[in-house]
Design a protein around this ligand. Structure first.
Ligand code: NAD
Length: 331
């Protein structure tokens, strides 16, 4: 365990598109000391090393040896081998999502990390979206959840089906919102621009009765990232993209109001009901920086990872099952 007085020596492995952002934030977070970077692409490593004035390690093992923690931002198929190497060397590890390409690999990482008392955190960045933060003010017992994630085509991420690239973010959020096992999954999808599934829809029924309808597309005209939560006397609508959370609640006149803006009264079966509209004020912060701070705090023992290896494995398992069902349905 680290004491908060000491900085955590950290390295970044894989400094492509997202890895550069890890470098930028790790340099600026007080709890970390960025020791160096490693990338199999020498040209890329040199350019990021120069831009951020960071040492470049051609030998991955030397970088791992010098660090207490690693940010792993390489393509998913390489996650297991590199993460396993880090855990074996007793290094805490932040792995970009998805945790691994298979459940068996995720299980092995989780088991080894538990044995070594190593922190695994996984980069399901949407959990740190400021628009989700107000949810902890409400008692959630969702009956129905509708989630949409639509994005224009971008070659990045098309090496995997849309379920494993995009929908997995929402599946992680869904499993966080619904505290129940899954009873049944229905799923459909189609290919439009790539050889794999580009548009997917899944309906998930949980054992506690909650139903979720999740849609993801990577061939949309515009970006959309919306969540709607319906439960007894409560409706929450969240726009993750623009950062807007709106709440409609039926309350008794005595109940506490959180940022209530409008009140509406209506009659139902002769009884007067009182609806309030609330728009919780959202804090403004960078979600990637927040998740790396959570990683530092977890290493220092003052917090737990918001998305640990088990949560990431559960999201991956659900994504793999949905993808399998879609492909089965197509044949
Ligand atoms: P990228 O292709 O831009 O960068 C990957 C980098 O890793 C490249 O520079 C490549 O040279 C390097 N690399 C590949 N194999 C390596 C190895 N064995 N050792 C060292 N370096 C290696 O990809 P990206 O878009 O930055 O994605 C990286 C990871 O982040 C993926 O797992 C992806 O799924 C994930 N990702 C997560 C989010 C999110 O929202 N959390 C968004 C984008 C990407």
């Amino acid at each position: 365990m680290n004491t908060s007085k000491n900085k955590i020596n950290v390295g970044v492995i894989g400094v492509g598109h997202l890895g550069e952002h890890h470098v930028k934030h790790l340099k600026s977070i007080n709890s970390f000391k960025l020791i160096g970077i490693h990338d199999i692409n020498d040209k890329r490593a040199t350019s990021i090393g120069k831009k951020y004035d960071i040492s470049i390690y051609k030998n991955i093992n030397e970088l791992i040896k010098k660090c207490e923690a690693i940010s792993l931002v390489t393509p998913t198929e390489t996650h297991f081998d590199i993460a396993y190497k880090c855990i074996k060397a007793n290094k805490h590890i932040f792995i970009e999502k998805p945790i691994t390409k298979s459940i068996a690999e995720a299980d092995r990482l989780i088991k080894s990390a538990q044995e070594k008392k190593i922190i695994i955190q996984v980069g399901h960045i949407e959990r740190f979206n400021p628009a989700l933060a107000p949810l902890n003010k409400y008692t959630l017992k969702p009956k129905y959840i509708e989630i949409q994630r639509l994005a224009p085509y971008n070659v990045r991420g098309t090496d995997v089906p849309v379920v494993l690239d995009k929908m997995i973010h929402d599946l992680d959020i869904l499993l966080f919102l619904v505290n129940s096992d899954i009873e049944k999954i229905y799923a459909n999808g189609i290919s439009i621009l790539t050889n794999s599934i580009d548009i997917a829809n899944s309906r998930i029924r949980f054992k506690n009765g909650t139903i979720a309808n999740v849609t993801s597309s990577r061939v949309a005209q515009d970006d959309v990232r919306k969540i709607k939560i319906f439960q007894q006397d409560l409706y929450i609508t969240i726009d993750l993209l623009i950062g807007l959370t709106e709440v409609y609640r039926i309350i008794s006149k005595k109940e506490k109001k959180i940022h209530a803006i409008k009140n509406v009264d209506f009659n139902y079966q002769g009884k007067k009901k009182h609806i309030i509209y609330e728009k919780p004020k959202l804090l403004s912060y960078d979600a990637l920086k927040a998740e790396l701070i959570n990683f530092a705090d977890s290493i220092n023992g003052t917090a737990k990872p918001m998305v640990d290896g088990v949560a990431a494995k559960n999201a991956l398992e659900l994504a793999i099952n949905i993808d399998r069902m879609i492909r089965k349905d197509l044949h």
